[in-house]
Design a protein around this ligand. Structure first.
Ligand code: GUN
Length: 309
């Protein structure tokens, strides 16, 4: 069986088309576009790519997006000062501090910074108030990647209610909010992680599998019930040839891309899973574009909510 491909690009295009009239309406009514402030600390290559893509998409959507950069050696106080400025700036409706922060900022830097972003500008949905609202199923601003997965499933007519779902990974950014969003849509959800016993066996019971652990090719075909829906959220940059050779046969497109670039962003789902899954959201081409579309939508929602207060 060859899995049906869940096309994140076309779903993202549809969401962006829905956001456009809202952005135009806000701009003409308020005399300014919705504003997004993005903060990038250091030079992590993957973050550079993601942030450039977020800025470009925001501009194309008619938002005003400003990048605030800090060197890798910046202090937490430097970063907090930028967050405070954006919190106070009335033309800034959404704030996104790109994760990960440099390790030198300290183990709890990320949590402290996400806590410092005003909850009504928290377009990442990471603030404890927004997480609490998500737990109670009354959130406006929800983390972009898990929201994107839900949009992908729903707009691809994948039923969620009554289904068994396995989320692999328990991060604050993806795993936990993903589990809650599936639960609110009446799935029976199991959250699996590095300490889960018999992980493959637990996952093989699921109708819907979301993989978000950052381990290239970890989810192999023996994890997957035939016909299950599989969403790959992993995006690990791999430059190790042995890993690439284990996953992609000679002559395959992905192997050739690796040969050209010397590096490849690889998902958590082994390519062989396409032979057993009923539907698959792959990497690349799956969830990535949706994360950005949901960021645009959250920025518009934040702007509209702030304007109506
Ligand atoms: N790094 C990887 N994904 C994300 C995200 O959704 N938001 C932020 N702020 N950083 C990220």
């Amino acid at each position: 069986m060859a899995a049906r491909l869940l096309d994140g690009v076309s779903v993202a295009t549809a969401i962006r088309a829905e956001v456009a009239p809202g952005v135009a309406g806000f701009t003409s009514k308020r005399g300014r576009p919705p504003g997004l402030g993005i903060v990038l600390v250091g030079n992590d290559p993957a973050s550079e790519v993601y942030v450039a893509s977020k800025l470009k998409s925001a501009g194309e959507a008619g938002l005003r997006a400003d990048l605030h950069r800090l060197p890798a050696a910046a202090s937490l106080a430097d970063l907090m000062a930028i967050v405070d400025q954006l919190n106070e700036n009335d033309a800034c409706d959404g704030i996104l501090v790109q994760s990960p922060l440099p390790e030198a900022m300290g183990v709890d830097a990320e949590r402290r910074v996400f806590d410092a972003v005003r909850a009504d500008k928290d377009v990442d949905g990471f603030h404890p108030i927004n997480v609490g609202r998500l737990v109670q199923n009354r959130a406006t601003l929800v983390a972009c990647t898990p929201s994107g997965v839900i949009e992908l499933l729903e707009r691809s007519q994948i039923p969620i209610a009554g289904k068994r779902a396995a989320v692999i990974g328990r991060s604050d950014i993806v795993g936990k909010p993903m589990a809650l969003l599936l639960l609110h849509r009446h799935a029976t959800v199991t959250v699996c992680h590095s300490r889960t016993a018999n992980l493959a066996h637990v996952v093989s019971d699921a109708d819907i599998v979301v993989a978000a652990i950052g381990r290239p090719g970890f989810v192999t075909r023996d994890f997957i019930k035939p016909g299950a829906v599989v969403v790959d959220v992993g995006t690990t940059p791999v430059s190790d040839r042995a890993t690439i050779e284990r996953l992609f046969p000679p002559g395959s497109k992905r192997r050739e891309a690796f040969e050209r670039r010397g590096q490849l962003v690889v998902g958590d789902v082994h390519p062989d899973v396409a032979e057993v899954a009923g539907a698959l959201s792959p990497v690349p081409g799956g969830v990535g574009p949706l994360t950005i579309a949901l960021l645009l939508k959250n920025t518009l929602l934040a702007a509209q909510a702030r304007a109506s207060v």
